[in-house]
Design a protein around this ligand. Structure first.
Ligand code: VAH
Length: 316
């Protein structure tokens, strides 16, 4: 990768990935884009509506990028609330991005998710290759997206690559409209009020990962030797399988009086229960040497420190 266009650059992943890519590949080699211009863009920024057919193509051509990292999407809970809008953005946007990559011969990354699995998928140690019959619009978008990216690889030779992200925990930009957002909120509330009411029930396991590992995974996969890849779209990756009480336990090691209670949101609980409890990530290790660096305790130390700083600066 030398010159990269990031769509969805203002989102939870995009905001941190853009900075990481700029420090890795050079400030002027990363073009950030999103549906709206931020007040103070931190570098080259272009407004792109990914549902408009030619906008990704035009900007990719204007800056002569060699890679598109396509992150613009609605997450699971918002997609369940607005399924048709989700289809237009998540699938319409993806086709437009893939067409630009095909026309301009660009490398291509877009994330899938553990949401690409459904209730009939093996729940524990979910295999890389298995039954995928998701029961959410987000999951339908993700599994369709995986197959579409494989099609653009096999039919048109586009170098498409992707990972199935678990729930991502970060402190820079809050996630919006996800099922796993509780795993971010809990750190803020632990520091602000000392208590958190989880909308996901005790004992509900989902795979999770700290954002630094997610960013490393994207760069490592995109730089991996293409000949080693037996899979492309998309690799299972994970750092931990966790339920709300595991966050409570880890936070209590630093804030002993922290308490968690539960007020389950049936919609997001239903989505969570349709996903795996734990996934098998052997293929990512075997084919491009990926291993997460942060476990629950290491993530919690860093998250509490960073969120404390944000609250102190009153920017949280
Ligand atoms: C969501 N954070 O909750 C996303 C992610 C696995 C979860 O796809 O929708």
């Amino acid at each position: 990768m030398k010159k990269i266009l990031v769509t969805g650059a203002l989102g939870q992943i995009g905001s941190e990935l853009t900075e990481k890519l700029r420090s890795t590949y050079g400030e002027d080699n990363v073009i950030a884009s999103d549906i709206r211009r931020p007040e103070q863009p931190s570098g080259i920024f272009e407004e792109i509506d990914v549902t408009k057919e030619k906008e990704i193509y035009e900007i990719s051509k204007k800056y002569k990028v060699d890679t598109i990292i396509h992150l613009a999407a609605l997450l699971s809970a918002k997609a369940e609330a607005f399924p048709k809008v989700a289809w237009e953005i998540n699938m319409g946007g993806l086709v437009n991005a893939l067409e630009a990559a095909k026309e301009l011969d660009l490398k291509f990354f877009t994330p899938s998710s553990i949401g690409a699995f459904g209730p009939s998928t093996p729940k524990n140690n979910t295999p890389q290759d298995t039954l995928q019959r998701p029961t959410t619009m987000y999951g339908v978008n993700k599994v369709a997206g995986e197959i579409l990216c494989d099609y653009y690889y096999s039919r048109f030779g586009v170098d498409t690559r992707g990972v199935r992200f678990p729930g991502l925990i970060s402190y820079v930009t809050a996630p919006g409209g996800g099922t796993t957002d509780y795993a971010v909120e809990v750190y803020y509330e632990a520091l602000r009020s000392g208590t958190y009411t989880s909308y996901i029930a005790k004992g509900t396991h989902m795979d999770m990962m700290y954002m630094p590992d997610a960013l490393q995974a994207i760069i490592q996969l995109m730089e991996a030797d293409s000949d080693r890849l037996k899979h492309r779209n998309a690799f299972n990756i994970t750092a931990m399988s966790a339920a709300p009480e595991h966050f409570e336990e880890a936070i209590r090691k630093h804030i002993p009086d922290f308490t968690m209670d539960y007020q389950v949101d049936p919609v997001r609980q239903g989505i969570a229960e349709s996903w795996p409890d734990s996934i098998n990530a052997d293929a990512a290790k075997e084919e491009w040497d990926f291993e997460a660096a942060y476990d629950m305790d290491a993530m919690t130390v860093d998250m509490l420190e960073k969120v404390r700083e944000k609250i102190k600066k009153n920017s949280a």
